[in-house]
Every structure is written in C-alpha cells, then in structure tokens.
Design a protein around this ligand. Structure first.
Ligand SMILES: NC(=O)c1ccc[n+]([C@@H]2O[C@H](COP(=O)([O-])OP(=O)(O)OC[C@H]3O[C@@H](n4cnc5c(N)ncnc54)[C@H](OP(=O)(O)O)[C@@H]3O)[C@@H](O)[C@H]2O)c1
Length: 290
C-alpha cells in the first residue's frame, strides 16, 4: 500500500492534513451533472481513498448538483474523525447543467444549507468562496459583499473556516484583510503556472494552496517532455505531474479527481515518486514552452 505520510502534512484551517487528498467532482454523471453511471463504483472510490489514508476530500453541492455530496455521505458517514471535507459555494446549476454564478446572501445561505444537509453535518469544516466574475477564470473586482455574507454564516456556526477559489492575488489580499483565509483553490498544474508568485507568497504566510485541475481537468495533460520523464522513471505521466506539484511548494495540497479505483491507486502511488533535479529541469521546459 502507498504510504501517504511520505509526502508530509500541512495546516488546513484548524486541522493538519496529509498533502495528498482527493477531489470528488468526477463522481457525478457526465459533465458533472446528474448521477454517475455506476453509483457503486463511485462509493468504492471514496472508500478506497479513505482506506488508503486520504484525510482531505474536496467537493461542492453543485456537483450533480447534490449527487456528489450524497454519495460522499453514503460512502463515509459517520465520517472518520481525521477526515476534512472541504466544500465550495458561489454557483448553482441550470436545468441543462450550466454553472451559474449565485452570490447573493440568500444564494450563499441556501448553498451552505444544501451542503450541510447533503453531507449530513452540523458545521462545514472549510468552505471556499468561489468567485465567478468571468466565465474564463479569475477576474478583478471587490469580493467584500460576498465574503461578508459567508462570514455571517461563519459567525452563526455553520462554517468553521473560509477559503477562496478562482481568485486573483488582489482578491486574496482583500479577503485576508477581512478575515482569516485558510486556503486558496485555483487552476494550476505543470502547464498552467499563472499563480507561481501567489503560491510562494501564500507559502510564506503558512496558507494552503490547493490546485484544481492538477492533471489538466477535462483535457488531461499531454506533453512529450512529461511522457519522456515518466518513461525514464517507470511511472505514468499523471504520477509525474502530481509528484512535480508536491515538489513545487510545501503548501500545495493535492486533490486529483478520478471516478476509477484503478486511477486512484495509480495517483496515490505518486506519493512514492522521487523526482531528480534532472527530471525537474526537464519538466520546467514544459512551462517555458507554453
Ligand atoms: N474550485 C474550482 O473551481 C474547481 C474546479 C474544478 C475542479 N475542482 C476540484 O478539483 C478537483 C480536481 O480537479 P478535476 O477532478 O476536475 O481534474 P483533474 O484532477 O486534473 O483530472 C481529472 C481527470 O483526469 C482523469 N484521471 C485521473 N487520474 C487519472 C489517471 N491516473 N490516468 C488517466 N486519467 C486520469 C480523470 O478521469 P477518470 O475519472 O477516468 O479517472 C478525469 O477526467 C475536482 O475533483 C474538484 O474537487 C475545483
């Protein structure tokens, strides 16, 4: 069995988690909409993750919607004491599966309540406020109103810790001036390194950075340099992409997503993978050739 403790731990809110977690988005149906083809397979992935030592699961009630959280509850409730489930708010799903920004105080309140009900908990350990001012990615603009609404839910005891997602460095700064921000979740991987400076500044402040799409998301990473390094190491390209993130900065927490137990095991085995300086240099070339 893979020893996840090899990759070390990091603070996530009031808890300490292993740096290798799991992202549950792939457990809903196609397009993250509706139920999965095989519910038992989805339950098996979650149980295997926890059995393998994963103590950090990322989710959202917008996955399905509701479906992924209900599967998490069915697979794992009552939850192990050391398991940290991180969810997010800021979007709802349209009737055809669109992702619609939903940021009013009423929207955020009902999303927090949906998460509480579907996960079967009294308090959400960490909630990421996912900003969606622009469909393409982070876009500048004040987050004060949205964050104030979430802070109110925190004061009411529904939310223990707050994180931010899909945000700019300026929005992180604005958020940190208002309250404690325990993590930032943005798109980042070997080929998308827009957040390099942000990751380093969060590391200096002891704040977790949780890259989404660590494997490239809906279009998994493909690069001849990545395949070459993987071949030399007797590993898979996905394992190398994850090992690179672990090497990149100590505040990076992994949440790769998969709907398959086989892929989950393959991904977790990346915890054992050592990247030489030569491999790191070859991988850096992927970024510079973007
Ligand atoms: N904050 C946000 O806005 C946001 C946005 C997106 C995602 N997220 C979170 O981030 C997590 C990770 O992102 P993600 O799941 O979208 O993308 P990802 O982890 O980059 O990649 C998942 C994709 O890679 C495939 N895959 C996984 N392991 C593989 C392997 N060993 N070999 C080949 N293919 C493999 C999966 O297919 P299979 O199912 O077939 O394995 C799936 O298509 C999500 O689960 C979610 O919790 C957050």
């Amino acid at each position: 069995m893979t020893h996840l403790s090899k990759v070390g731990t990091f603070q996530l809110g009031g808890r300490t988690v292993k740096r290798f977690g799991y992202g549950a988005m792939q457990l809903a149906g196609p397009g993250v909409f509706g139920p999965p083809k095989d519910r038992n397979a989805a339950l098996a992935v979650l149980r295997e993750a926890v059995k393998s030592g994963v103590d950090h699961i990322d989710t959202s009630d917008a996955y399905g919607p509701h479906v992924t959280n209900q599967i998490i509850r069915e697979a794992l409730h009552p939850y192990p004491k050391d398991l940290v489930i991180v969810t997010k708010v800021g979007a709802t799903r349209g009737p055809q599966g669109s992702w619609d920004p939903a940021f009013s105080a009423e929207d955020l309140t009902s999303q927090v309540h949906d998460n509480l009900r579907n996960l079967g908990v009294d308090t959400l350990e960490v909630v990421n406020l996912r900003i969606m001012f622009n469909a393409l990615g982070p876009a500048e603009g004040s987050i004060e109103a949205q964050l104030s609404s979430l802070m109110k839910l925190q004061r009411e005891g529904k939310v223990r810790h707050i994180g931010l997602s899909n945000v700019t460095a300026k929005q992180v700064e604005e958020g940190r001036a208002m309250t404690e921000i325990v993590c930032v979740q943005n798109l980042y991987n070997l080929a998308h390194r827009h957040d390099d400076a942000l990751i380093d500044s969060l590391a200096a402040s002891g704040i977790a950075y949780v890259p989404f799409f660590p494997l490239g998301g809906f279009s998994p990473l493909q690069s001849s340099a990545l395949s070459d390094v993987a071949r030399q190491l007797g590993a898979t390209p996905m394992q190398v992409a994850l090992a690179w993130l672990l090497r990149r900065s100590p505040n990076i927490l992994l949440i790769p997503g998969t709907s398959s137990v086989e892929h989950l095991r393959e991904n977790l085995a990346a915890a054992e993978l050592e990247l030489s300086e030569g491999a790191m240099k070859a991988l850096e070339r992927i970024t510079s050739s973007r």
